[in-house]
Write a protein that binds this ligand. Sequence first.
Ligand code: GLA
Length: 401
Amino acid sequence: MNNKFRLLILWITCFQFFSGSAQETNNYKAKLAPTPPMGWMTWNFFGTNINEKMIHEMADAMVHSGMVKAGYNHIMIDDGWQGGRDNKNNMIPDPEKFPSGIKALADYLHAKGILLGIYSDAAQLTCAGYTASLGFEDQDAKTFASWGVDYLKYDYCHAPEDSFTAKIRYKKMADALRKSGRDIVFSICEWGGRQPWFWAAEAGGQLWRTTDDIRDSWKSLMYNMEINADLDRYSSPGHWNDPDMLIVGLDGNKGPSGDLGGKGCSAIEYQSAMSLWCIMASPLIATHDVRNMSDDTKRILLNPEAIAIDQDVLGLQGSRKINTKTWNVFVKPLANGDYAIAILNKSNESQEADLNFKDLGLEGNFVARDIWQYKDLAEKSTFHALVLSHETKLLRLRKAP
Ligand code: GLA
């Protein structure tokens, strides 16, 4: 064999090795969170006031109310579960809040078809001042895996501000999770300050917060939507922009969201929250008291046709085609060739919407299905309707034959 030939063989072997491992990485990424994660998180209603009894009750309520069946298949325990480390530096839960341990809780949830999420932080302490994972990434990832954890939200309080350090710290935990022997979805939560949409997927995240913490108010909803709306090109199956939890059903109650300026929204505004999160393919993570849901909360959170738009397997975040002081219009292509459209009236008065589908790049006639009315409208190339102040019309357009 001459040298040139040997070199060629070596080159081909290297190429196969590296493209093989790249393939493996892509498969791994696509396997986790192929559609935006859905579930319920403890934070915005309960803060750190959490315990296993409440979580059992919440799991039961999620099953009985139909939330699990509708797709809300995670319970995420946010900050406040930690009880420090044992004499081998293994993280332990607070023994008063979780006397049976996290493994028993995971078993309880798994038996009901619910996956378990947990929370830590890329520093020594979490945002609420509890034990966090910096320097213990491998050990903590193994602990979480041994408990049966399926999802980790990883916060960034008490960590340096620069994005270089953030990338390193997030990658460290992502690698640790990957080596843990369990599939664990990794949710990056540095609030958008270091523009994670540019680097979080590469660091190993399946979703990343794009915004600061949401509050239970229209102003906060619009603020988070505004930031998230123009990031559509960074979202894809396995990699989601996360504008924070769904505020639907918080109803102005006490809790971190309320205490920090959220006084509640009207039913029309909560319906807009759901419509906008669905058109933006956002994670659908509720955070209200599931045990006491109003009829409006159920109607909004459980609408199967809205959820289907969010969970569509094509995995495209809707793009904002119209952005004026009054109107925001989004278009989201769907896997079966349909298009979802959201038409938001941001103004404080009811307005007549007069839309030509052609202006959104959609030629021809469509049957528009009104997702909140469960009703097909007559086949047309236009949409005309009164849209109430802060209302969002959510439509699914089917091309006329
Ligand atoms: C940060 C996060 C919130 C929540 C709290 C917990 O503020 O952004 O979503 O997890 O920490 O302390």
